[in-house]
Write a protein that binds this ligand. Structure first.
Ligand SMILES: [Zn+2]
Ligand SMILES: [Zn+2]
Length: 434
């Protein structure tokens, strides 16, 4: 995102904790043109630091399956596009293939947020990193592998996740002999009972791993502003699942108000003010005209809030952060669909399915709808469906009936329309009117 100056240096992190001790033997080799131990550069921004218009915010659901993928759904992954920057939320198996089928550009991925370390949410991360960070190939017969030299001038891909994310990545890279020539960093969201320091693995830093990964601790049960710049911030909270799991909240900063040129341009012309004053007015600033009149730009509008949950049977700990979300993405792994789903068993009821779903750490559509209502969400999109729920409802009438029934179960609780995500579905989050 924009305004990289605020995070161009990982060395100046104000956050608690620090992972990885940069022992001499673990110091990556740097190419001659790089500057060892200077700041590892973040992704270049596609946005300007001067904000004249709202961000274009789009979501692409790359994978929407739960435990097992099917012919129509692959494992969890969601791309959030903010302008031309891309943030991934979870990275299950086949994410890379889906990226290539989608309108999302892999080269624009600058951050990956992992909700939990279950395989259906993280198994795709290492292959994706290998592609993003030039990890393919190798060198035989003693030839020098050019990837021995990490170019710290390349942007750092930032990865956020719970305890174990760093160890999983480091182990996977180590035992697959994977090398990169671009750097990455892993920030872990640690729970109160997690280790305060260290990397949760005895393995040394990977040669491409920045030593500036943060261990981020909760304050009042939440991780607030784990990332923030002038355009967006990200907070997180634990949500209940069968293993430690995180829900993320992306908050857009207030956005410029709608400007009516007819209100301003005649005044600028009348006093011979340069038309460039419009850009200041658009930002909400005030402009004093030559005759002493002061024009005030339109007041800023609230920014959008996007809540993306991982697997959960109870996300109430994120409720205060998620209130009034413009969009909630919530899992709905299992549903009771008598008369619709031919696999429904005689003795199953709404209650029994909900009990079974909860006992496995998951939600039904009704649970998702009820939570959306509780946080006064404006829109709800469901994902993370059991393999028995088809993901081709755009072309298959039978699939449409099943997914329509799931959406209705959630909508009846929510009181608003609900969308069931399918792989490669794009969704644009419009700008609020006020
Ligand atoms: Zn899952
Ligand atoms: Zn899970």
């Amino acid at each position: 995102m924009a305004l990289r100056a605020s995070r161009s240096s990982f060395k100046a992190s104000p956050f608690l904790g620090c992972s990885g001790f940069l022992k001499p033997s673990f110091i990556p080799k740097f190419s001659p043109k790089s500057r060892p131990n200077l700041a590892w550069r973040s992704m270049a921004s596609s946005s300007s630091s001067t904000r004249h218009s709202p961000l274009d915010i789009q979501l692409t659901f790359l994978g929407t399956a739960s435990a097992q993928p099917s012919s129509t759904r692959v494992h969890s992954s969601l791309a959030l596009r903010l302008g031309s920057d891309v943030w991934l939320f979870d990275c299950g198996e086949s994410t890379q293939s889906r990226l290539q089928q989608s309108i999302v550009k892999m080269g624009r991925i600058e951050k990956v947020f992992i909700t939990h370390t279950h395989g259906d949410h993280i198994f795709g991360l290492l292959p994706l990193m290998a592609s993003m960070l030039n990890g393919a190939g190798g060198a035989a017969d003693g030839a020098e592998d050019p990837r021995e030299h990490i170019d710290v001038n390349n942007p750092v891909v930032e990865i956020y996740g719970p305890l174990g994310t760093r160890a999983y990545i480091r182990s996977g890279l180590r035992y697959t002999h994977t090398r990169f020539n671009s750097p990455y960093v892993v920030h872990e969201l640690r729970l109160p009972w997690d280790p305060k320091q260290g990397d949760f693995t005895p393995l040394p830093l990977h040669s491409a791993e920045s030593p500036h990964g943060r261990n981020i601790f909760q304050l009042n049960g939440k991780w607030e502003n784990i990332f923030a710049d002038d355009l967006v911030s990200v907070s997180a909270a634990p949500i209940l699942h069968s293993v430690p799991c995180v829900g993320y909240v992306v908050n857009e900063a207030p956005i410029p108000g709608k400007i009516d040129p007819k209100k301003y341009i005649p005044e600028l012309k009348r006093t011979n003010m340069h038309i460039s004053a419009m850009s200041r007015l658009q930002k909400g600033e005030s402009v004093e005209l030559g005759d002493g009149t002061v024009l005030h730009g339109p007041p800023r509008r609230r920014g959008r809030k996007i809540v993306i949950l991982g697997d959960t049977h109870n996300p109430s700990a994120i409720e205060s952060l998620a209130l009034d979300a413009d969009l909630l993405v919530h899992e709905a792994t299992n549903a009771h669909l008598p008369g619709v789903d031919p696999a429904t068993k005689e003795d199953e009821t709404y209650k029994s399915i909900e009990e079974r779903t909860r006992s496995r750490g998951h939600s039904t559509p009704q649970m998702a709808g009820a939570f959306a209502k509780r946080i006064r969400a404006k829109r709800l999109i469901l994902n993370h469906f059991s393999a028995r729920y088809p993901g081709n409802d755009d072309v298959d009438p039978e699939a449409k009936v099943i997914m329509g029934a799931i959406a209705k179960l959630a909508a009846d609780e929510f009181g608003k329309e609900v969308v069931c995500a399918r792989d490669l579905m794009n969704f644009t989050l419009g700008v609020p009117e006020s």
